[in-house]
Design a protein around this ligand. Structure first.
Ligand SMILES: Cc1cc2nc3c(=O)[nH]c(=O)nc-3n(C[C@H](O)[C@H](O)[C@H](O)COP(=O)(O)OP(=O)(O)OC[C@H]3O[C@@H](n4cnc5c(N)ncnc54)[C@H](O)[C@@H]3O)c2cc1C
Ligand code: SF4
Length: 470
């Protein structure tokens, strides 16, 4: 009988003291031997619950079996049937809330679940290093425009190209990838990995046109004339603001701008690159999601002496990935739980000097089911700071809709779709990812892309048969 180790096979990481001074990747990946050891822990369950918990339903036991048998090529073929972006998902998916949460091995108190994400990364990284030829798939079934090159747009494009559709992605920024390129930092998701996964999609025959803002550079009406169907995946990157007194002080920033400067513009390498970024000494980051963790850990890497994350709930409610929180603590990030900022304080030159906060307590659950934080009267205090970064959520990217009111939107500005088909109020226009759900996850955005690809193919087939929009 196989003797399974109770714990996941550990993955080598950069030492916290070293990594908090550089932007290189923290987790270094499994060796093949480590991967096979971890794969041997899988029980190969019948009706595997991990598959059901994966939004794109990867045959997890199937690929893990291939790793165990030392066949990474087969393991990659299995994964690639379901996902076009496995090196990304292996790194950033919240596995602990999905496949690993339901893993049967982990249901026993003694055992940790199989490290599914780390195994996915091993296989995907191996595949990215193999020489490949661009595929020559005849793309004569129809023309599809995709707006936005984040994980949702890339997924729909890859799946449609594989099925014989000619796809053009229009991207507003100068680099493809959406949040994968401009939001998630290098130390969690190397840009070279993102670029290689995107290249695999281009190799399927997909065209990506960057620096095209749909709604400004070209209109939706032009797109609907030139293409048989369109998928809108413009994401939710418009920052929300606290709107508290002192927000205009020098040193108060939105996480989206802070992270975009670092990721897309290489501001941590200024002046070799053109764009500077503020390097605070004592930085306060407001929020508790992945974006807040990324901003805090980036500020530390830029040289901050102290970085404090201020979160209005407690650790138990923290929405960030568990791994990111643990990494941040190892790197010396401090936390002020049950705390909410009420004002930014500044000096006579308009420079931020501190963040005035109030302590909170958790009251009755709100509509989201989470206990509502309520201020404790008289508990105000000040955290000295020369930089404050707000990471309290993002809303819809709206440019496209300003010039195309035909698309029905929800009260919050997201595109309304039929959840089972990604169809919008306009025939031939489909939508998915964060612009439908609000800020969510990479894998959910990809799941929508997969569903939309099937629906778009059906739509075009029916349209060609009847010669009418359906
Ligand atoms: C800092 C940060 C960290 C995150 N960490 C994680 C994580 O660890 N794990 C996880 O699962 N999720 C994480 N997320 C969330 C995840 O990245 C998103 O849910 C996901 O990227 C959504 O994908 P999308 O394709 O819908 O949109 P996006 O990735 O936002 O891509 C949308 C693209 O559309 C383009 N666009 C917008 N308007 C137009 C227009 N008019 N014309 C042309 N192009 C346009 C944008 O420039 C962008 O490139 C994180 C998000 C952020 C911001
Ligand atoms: S649930 Fe866990 S043990 Fe079972 S097949 Fe999936 S990964 Fe393997």
């Amino acid at each position: 009988m196989v003797k399974r180790s109770y714990n996941k096979t550990p993955m080598a990481e950069q030492d916290p003291l070293v990594r908090s001074t550089n932007f290189k990747e923290v987790a270094l990946g499994y060796t093949l031997a480590e991967g096979r050891l971890e794969a041997s822990r899988c029980l190969q369950c019948k009706n595997a619950p991990c598959i059901q918990a994966c939004p794109v339903m990867i045959d997890i036991p199937g690929f893990i079996k291939a790793v165990n048998e030392n066949d990474l090529n087969l393991a990659y073929q299995v994964i690639n049937r379901y996902s076009n972006l496995p090196a990304i998902c292996g790194r950033v998916c919240p596995q602990e809330k999905q496949c690993e949460m339901v893993c049967r091995l982990g249901q026993s108190k003694k055992f940790e679940p199989v490290a599914i994400g780390k195994l996915e990364r091993l296989v995907a990284d191996w595949a990215l290093d193999q020489p490949t030829e661009p595929l020559t798939i005849p793309q004569d079934k129809g023309r599809v425009a995709v707006i936005g090159s984040g994980p949702s747009g890339l997924t729909v494009a890859g799946d449609l190209a594989k099925s014989g559709y000619q796809v053009t992605i229009f991207e507003a920024l100068h680099q493809a990838g959406g949040v994968l390129s401009y939001g998630i930092p290098e130390f969690r998701l190397p840009k070279a990995t993102v670029a290689k996964e995107i290249q695999k999609i281009i190799d399927l025959g997909v065209t990506i046109e960057t620096n095209v803002v749909v709604g400004k550079t070209i209109t939706m009406t032009e797109i609907m004339t030139d293409f048989d169907a369109c998928y809108v995946a413009v994401g939710a990157g418009t920052p929300h603001f606290m709107g508290i007194p002192g927000s205009a002080l020098k040193g108060v920033a939105a996480s989206s701008e802070f992270l975009t400067r670092i990721n897309l513009m290489h501001s941590y390498e200024f002046p070799q690159y053109d764009t500077p970024v503020k390097k605070g000494r004592h930085v306060v980051v407001i929020g508790g999601g992945n974006v807040a963790m990324d901003a805090a850990r980036s500020a530390k890497r830029l040289g901050a002496e102290r970085v404090t994350v201020v979160y209005r709930r407690s650790l138990a409610e923290l929405p960030a990935r568990e791994e990111e929180y643990h990494h941040s603590v190892e790197e010396g990030i401090e936390y002020s739980w049950l705390t909410n900022p009420t004002a930014y304080l500044g000096d006579e030159e308009g420079q931020l000097t501190g963040v005035k906060c109030v302590k909170m307590q958790l009251g009755e659950p709100d509509v989201s089911g989470r206990r509502r934080p309520e201020p404790i009267p008289g508990s105000e205090f000040v955290i000295p700071a020369d930089e404050a970064i707000e990471a309290i959520g993002q809303g819809a990217n709206k440019v496209l809709f300003e010039t195309y009111p035909e698309l029905a939107l929800s009260d919050r500005g997201y595109v309304e779709v039929n959840e089972d088909s990604c169809r919008t109020s306009v025939p031939g226009i489909f939508a998915g990812g964060d612009i439908v759900t609000g800020a969510a996850t990479v894998i959910l955005a990809m799941g929508a892309g997969k569903m939309a690809a099937k629906e778009i193919a059906e739509y075009i087939t029916a349209k060609k048969q009847t010669n009418q929009p359906v």
